[in-house]
Design a protein around this ligand. Structure first.
Ligand code: ATP
Ligand code: MG
Length: 436
């Protein structure tokens, strides 16, 4: 069974019991666009307790909001699931983000509480009938994003909608209707009331979308950039080259990312020049500083450790492939072992294309990645800690330095056997003893 078939069954079961039931929101929009919805939501006049009685397996995810999850049969490695929500109105919004309370209400009121017209439609899959109280179908046809009701009031209720507007307009290539756009611009500086996690969720969706450049331009146009990423505005008017500033360079870099770029890659591309805008020292210093700077941004946005590490690594190594043909093999191999190497190559290529410079460093590295075997790039070490302990050394800074030096020599193919490794270790050791 597919998720869609299960979502039809849930509607059927509710209707058999005499309730109203229909699909609602994002899934209706996606189906009209011929896309496969990520998930199906069902709206009904059945109360949460009644929904729970009707289905064998349910999870009460938000009884006070009227939301019950109905669990379906297993498909692959997970169970099918459909969210069933009772028609409701949201009231209050005193924190600018969440309703203070909800009251169960009519289908029409349930449509009117939703954010944008294209997200406010219902569809009855049994009667094959669209129920559209808000003009969502016309707006979808005309590719318009329009707030339901008074845009000012709707954004004042829930400031997350400011970002949802940009993200949804970006994803579906919609023009933002003028009154809706004016309201976003007028309220942009209030985006800070939204939690870091929800902001990051929206940025993640926006930046992984293939239309990410338009998304970033919209953020800029609505002045959402400054409250979200205050590190970016200094790029404007900061000279780069050929009369371009760092901001245009950044936009161009984003334009040249692969369509399916990951979030850490896209965010790294967006942030890759912030070090230069705040610093005039040597490049290596800028890179380390830029790494720390993006780490603090990742922390602020509460990104996962994996996302943070990848992004910081990309920023810190953004120039590491420069002059690759002249680099020592050990340096390249250590980069090539890293799981982020494909993203690093993509970032480096995007920047080269942005500047109209030759991307031959990238081509060279890709060639090497093809030629070198796994064993060339990451051979079993010739020398291990145990070997040094056997030589009478104790773990410590010198211990590590010796291991690193010997490893580099191995990767550079200047040594090829264990005996050579031990000889090199002894040489470093006696060198050190001579000097101290
Ligand atoms: P996605 O494809 O990203 O899931 P979606 O539109 O389905 O997009 P959801 O967050 O799954 O977004 O929300 C489902 C529906 O709930 C929306 O289509 C909309 O009708 C409504 N909705 C979601 N968030 C809000 C909000 N902040 N304010 C008003 N209505 C909302
Ligand atoms: Mg959804």
């Amino acid at each position: 069974m597919t998720e869609r078939e299960f979502a039809i069954n849930v509607v059927k079961r509710l209707q058999q019991e005499g309730y109203q039931a229909r699909w609602a929101g994002g899934c209706v929009r996606d189906e009209l666009l011929g896309l496969v919805p990520k998930d199906y939501d069902v709206a009904t006049d059945a109360r949460p307790e009644q929904v729970r009685q009707l289905f064998r397996r349910t999870i009460a995810v938000g009884m006070s909001f009227g939301v019950v999850e109905v669990i379906g049969p297993r498909e692959g490695d997970r169970n099918l699931v459909v969210q069933v929500a009772t028609f409701r109105s949201d009231v209050g919004y005193s924190d600018g983000r969440h309703p203070d309370t909800v009251v169960f209400s009519s289908p029409k009121e349930d449509a009117l509480r939703r954010d944008f017209t294209i997200n406010g439609m219902f569809f009855d899959p049994l009667r094959d009938e669209l129920i559209d109280y808000v003009g969502g179908r016309d707006d979808l046809r005309n590719k318009i994003l329009r707030a339901i009701g008074d845009p000012h009031q709707r954004f004042a209720e829930d400031k997350l909608r400011l970002l949802r507007a940009v993200r949804i307009a970006t994803r579906f290539e919609l023009e933002i209707e003028p009154a809706t756009a004016a309201a976003i611009r007028g309220m942009a500086d209030q985006i800070g009331v939204v939690s870091a996690e929800r902001i990051a969720d929206e940025l993640r969706k926006l930046l992984t979308d293939r239309h990410r450049v338009r998304g970033v331009r919209l953020l800029d146009e609505f002045e959402l950039i400054k409250p979200l990423l205050p590190e970016l505005p200094p790029l404007k008017n900061f000279p780069h080259q050929q009369g371009l500033d760092l901001w245009s360079h950044t936009i161009r870099t984003l334009e040249h990312l692969p369509a399916d770029a990951s979030f850490p890659l896209a965010l790294a591309a967006l942030l890759h020049e912030i070090g230069r805008a705040t610093l005039t020292e040597a490049q290596t210093l800028a890179e380390r500083k830029a790494g720390a700077l993006v780490a603090s941004i990742a922390d602020r946005l509460r990104l996962s450790n994996a996302e943070t590490e990848r992004m910081v690594w990309l920023i810190e190594n953004q120039h590491a492939l420069q002059n690759a043909p002249k680099s020592r093999p050990s340096k390249l191999k250590k980069l090539f072992i890293h799981p982020g190497i494909t993203e690093l190559l993509a970032l480096y290529r995007a920047e080269a294309l942005a500047d109209g410079t030759d991307a031959h460093d990238v081509a060279f590295c890709e060639q090497l990645l093809q030629t070198w075997t796994e064993n060339d790039i990451n051979p079993p070490p010739l020398l291990r800690g145990d070997d040094l302990i056997a030589l009478g050394l104790k773990p410590g800074p010198l211990f590590k330095e010796i291991l690193d030096t010997v490893r580099d020599a191995q990767l550079d193919c200047t040594i090829r056997a264990k005996a050579e490794a031990i000889a090199l270790a002894k040489r470093i050791l006696s060198d050190r003893e001579w000097h101290t």
